[in-house]
Design a binder for this molecule. Structure first.
Ligand SMILES: Nc1ncnc2c1ncn2[C@@H]1O[C@H](COP(=O)(O)OP(=O)(O)OP(=O)(O)O)[C@@H](O)[C@H]1O
Length: 762
């Protein structure tokens, strides 16, 4: 596919006088008019609900709260679609004109005004080509600024019409809506990711609309739109399978909080607010992974073997005593005998229940045996109620409790994992496969903070340990009873208020529960470790360790997942270098692969240089075509005096950050270097009067210039990037250098004093 590369300024010519801007403006005015009316209507309903005040029965109050939340959500959704409410028009062979936009709108009589981009009726907007026009004569991209139409771009897909104009379809570019696309790609970045709904390309659309079931892995080089596609797919699935997903929820996993913040406006702009976003380190509620550790340690913790290690550590809390333990109760001696404990352990294990839940059966079994010993020593027959009393006396006798605890210790996931790192004998017993040197690497004090790599192990432990679930089971029975009442009530409410188009009875009933707390599915899911989602989207998935995959799959037993990543960009040693070796052990061969092949971010010269470096370093890079080029996109500066390197880099970054700023506040630059160089670079920038934000867990990307390590830059993009001493970055990992080189949308400025890595043009 050959692309014509040209720059585009946004002034797209209007074709045909009858289709002029004024006509389009009228349509757009009508659509915004309808949007405003819906907003006013929803606001009115919200005010009315709020006016009812805090009085009334608890049932009334929870109903009111649930409705208030519902109207607030709907209002937020209507507010979020203001920008580019509509962006396209399809002229069909039967003469129909169909406008495509962020959400679907109908007029007062329910006649369609605007087609939701996710609806089947909008698909041709993204997929139709001159060769396969799909009933489309013409596709029009509308360019708007605020509520004004400023341009249109037409593509005629009707071959006869094209022939009449003397155009050979084979000469057409493979990019759909090329002018609008190139304008979007050239626009100044803002530090927050934007949506691509107006210019989704056909190969991306096929992935976005791929079926819900099963695991779809999307491999693509840097800048191919994997993140964009993953987010639009989440929005699409929520639309196409709303009934199924609105109650089970969708989880989106990203590599860092900074990245999650970078993308957090995309889904709301697509009308979806209910997706739970998390890093793997956030997956266990109540555990905050603030610690850090060398990658070599994280790699060991991420190995699949660690699931066996945790399982062994749990079983090692089920222990047969070395010698009998005698206990005296009311003058009678009972003995906790090793063979009894062994038999009770074996019997309990047969039920395959989690350790802490199973403990109840073990204790019951042992108390039964001890009670029998006690009774056997009495010279009279014991009535059943007296036997119950003996059992109770034994249960509350301290020595019995201690002996049974030692045999089957109740334990929290935190204590189990902390003991593995803090007590060498425990780790040695649980992990004989690790070498002594590897075990020494894992050692740390019991009170050290949790690290991200600990979290999947804590999750594994929580799964194997479980909790004493007797109370939970009683609660579940009561909940089921209440739930059926709430569901019946919700149906009544929907019937009487006519709000059935906004929410299902099931979701409304969910909101009634919890004392009317109005918690959404997303909020309830995020707080519950054992929540199972309807779909999970994983971005930068190549970084996940084998243990992280196990933790994730526990949250999606149906295996309905979208996994996007690039195995050439892997930084962590525990991550994937090819998908099959990582995924086959957890998913067997039950996953399908799709590839993205067009680079939309990096100018061609930069992409080619990054590829050459990656190939020279032996990375498994995908073949890419670049959608555009920019003159002078790659600048390489040699600094002869190594001492001057930092100042030279800071000067280049300072200058670029100023140059890329545009009049609308867009334009961002980044200095990317190894972690060791970051403080000196910050100081050098400060000396130039540029304070760059600091070290916290969350990097503020909205400032004009940031200093990042390649790992922190993963998944992000900037108009200009200054890369400091690539040879040093390569020493960390080749994946890191590939990531660093592929961040800019405009200019990559390399500053070096050492020799350049192989493949890098000098
Ligand atoms: N169809 C499109 N229309 C407009 N912009 C697009 C399109 N596809 C991708 N882009 C833009 O290209 C850039 C790169 O997209 P994205 O960040 O999703 O790529 P990626 O494959 O996830 O990259 P990386 O592997 O580096 O994380 C973004 O600015 C995105 O908005």
């Amino acid at each position: 596919m050959a692309f014509e590369r040209r720059s585009w300024t946004g002034d797209v010519p209007v074709t045909g006088s009858d289709d002029g801007l004024a006509d389009e403006q009228k349509v757009v005015d009508r659509l915004y008019g309808r949007l405003d009316a819906l907003r006013a209507h929803t606001r009115g309903r919200l005010t009315a609900v709020r006016k009812e005040g805090p009085s009334g029965s608890p049932q009334n109050r929870s109903e009111r709260d649930a409705f208030a939340t519902l109207y607030e959500d709907r209002l937020a959704q209507l507010e979020a679609v203001e920008e580019r409410l509509t962006f396209g028009r399809l002229d069909l062979t039967d003469g129909e004109r169909r406008y495509v936009g962020r959400i679907g709108l109908t007029d007062e009589d329910q006649s369609p005004l605007l087609t939701d981009w996710r609806a089947p009726a909008a698909q041709a907007f993204y997929r139709a080509t001159a060769a396969r026009p799909d009933g489309v004569v013409r596709r029009r991209h509308l360019v708007t600024s605020g509520r004004s139409v400023t341009g249109v771009e037409d593509e005629v897909l009707d071959l006869d019409a094209l022939a009449a104009q003397g155009v050979d379809p084979a000469d057409l570019s493979g990019l759909s809506g090329e002018g609008a696309l190139l304008a979007a790609l050239a626009a100044g970045r803002t530090g927050r990711m934007g949506d691509i709904v107006a210019t989704i390309q056909a190969e991306q659309d096929a992935i976005i609309r791929s079926e819900l079931a099963g695991t779809l892995v999307v491999q693509g080089g840097p800048g191919t739109g994997k993140t964009a596609v993953a987010l639009h797919r989440a929005a699409y699935l929520l639309y196409a399978h709303r009934r199924l997903l609105e109650r089970s929820g969708v989880l989106l996993v990203g590599p860092s909080r900074t990245f999650l913040r970078y993308i957090d406006q995309v889904l709301p702009s697509l009308g979806e607010t209910g997706v739970v976003t998390a890093t793997v380190a956030d997956l266990v509620p109540g555990v905050e992974a603030r610690g850090s550790e060398p990658d070599a340690v994280a790699e060991i913790k991420g190995r699949a073997l660690m699931s066996k290690v945790v399982a062994r550590a749990v079983r090692q809390r089920q222990r047969v005593p070395a010698a009998p333990v005698e206990v005296r109760l009311d003058g009678i001696t009972v003995v906790v005998r090793p063979q009894d404990v062994a038999s009770a352990i074996a019997r309990t294990r047969r039920h395959h229940k989690p350790h802490n839940e199973a403990r109840v059966s073990f204790v019951r079994d042992m108390l039964g045996r001890l009670a029998q010993q006690y009774v056997d020593q009495l010279s009279w027959d014991v009535a059943p109620e007296d036997r119950a009393e003996v059992l109770e006396d034994l249960r509350t006798t301290r020595e019995v409790r201690v002996a049974l605890n030692l045999a089957w210790m109740p334990i929290t996931p935190q204590k189990l994992v902390a003991d593995l790192w803090a007590k060498p004998h425990r780790l040695e017993a649980a992990a004989p496969e690790l070498s002594p040197a590897e075990r020494r690497l894992l050692a740390r004090p019991a009170d050290a903070p949790w690290t991200p790599a600990d979290v999947p192990l804590l999750d594994e432990a929580a799964e194997l340990l479980g909790e004493d679930d007797q109370a939970a089971r009683a609660q579940a029975r009561a909940d089921a009873e209440r739930r059926s009442q709430e569901l019946a009530y919700a149906r009544d409410v929907l019937r009487s208020t006519g709000a059935g188009d906004m929410v299902s009875a099931e979701v409304l009933a969910d909101r009634f529960s919890g004392g009317g707390s109005g918690l959404t599915t997303a909020e309830r899911a995020a707080a519950d470790r054992s929540w199972t989602y309807g779909h999970v989207v994983v971005d930068e998935a190549q970084e996940l360790s084998a243990m992280a995959w196990r933790a994730l799959l526990r949250r999606v037993p149906t295996r309905s997942m979208t996994v996007v990543g690039d195995v050439a960009q892997t930084s962590t040693r525990a991550g994937a270098h090819d998908w099959a070796s990582m995924l086959d052990p957890v998913l067997r061969t039950d996953w399908r692969l799709a590839e993205l092949t067009v680079n939309y971010r990096t100018p061609a010269a930069v992409a080619d240089a990054a590829r050459a470096v990656a190939v020279a370093a032996g990375l498994p890079v995908s073949r890419l075509t670049s959608a555009r080029d920019v003159p002078d996109a790659l600048v390489v500066d040699h600094v002869a005096d190594a001492a001057g390197l930092v100042d030279a880099a800071a000067a280049a970054a300072d200058d670029l950050a100023t140059r890329v700023r545009d009049t609308r506040g867009g334009g961002r630059a980044a200095l990317v270097a190894t972690a060791a160089r970051v403080p000196a670079l910050r100081d050098a920038l400060a000396r130039r009067g540029r304070q760059v934000p600091g070290r916290g867990a969350l990097t503020d990307l909205e400032v004009p210039l940031v200093v990042l390590t390649p790992l922190q830059a993963k998944g992000l993009e900037f108009d200009a990037v200054v890369l400091v001493e690539p040879a040093e970055v390569l020493e960390g990992s080749a994946g890191d250098l590939f990531v660093a080189m592929t961040r800019p949308t405009g200019v990559l400025h390399v500053v070096h004093s050492r020799a350049l890595p192989d493949g890098m043009p000098g």
